[in-house]
Design a protein. Sequence first.
Length: 185
Amino acid sequence: MEEPTCYEKIDGAAFEEMFSQYLPIVYSMQSRYSIRDFDFDDWLQEGRIALNDALQSYRKGRGTTFGLYYKMVFENRIRSLLRRQQAKKRLSQRQAVSMEKVGLESFDEHFQYHEYMDENLYISEMLLAGEIALSPLENLSLYYYLKGEEPTMIAQLLNESEKAVRNALNRTKNKLKKKMYNQDK
């Protein structure tokens, strides 16, 4: 395939043919970098986006081949995704509150799901193992609460009163605290 000065206009079939030619670059990046929650389709999508960006901005005669240019664009895109992932990780760690520092009494006020806290990993394991019996309302309320929904919105989603949702969340928190407190002794 001869490289024109710029690839601004290319049809879908030619794009896919070109993308298949550069698939080894996608495989190489996938083996070099690990992005949380990325499956193979996500890598292909990012590879296509990077290819489109490279096609729009590549100019022949500037000292590099298109393949090398595409690899650079794709790698920069992956590094940007990794930087965003790390920023989210740092944000969750900054907002995390240790139960040891605030005490169990304050746990109600600070109960939030933070992926990198040992307490939350333990809570998740207890819930998945079925060690804590939750009613359907408690289970659904907790699910939406951990996804970041406020009790008012949870009540609307579940067609329940806000008071019922708040009570369900309080019962769930009390069950979790009781189980964690009894495990530590």
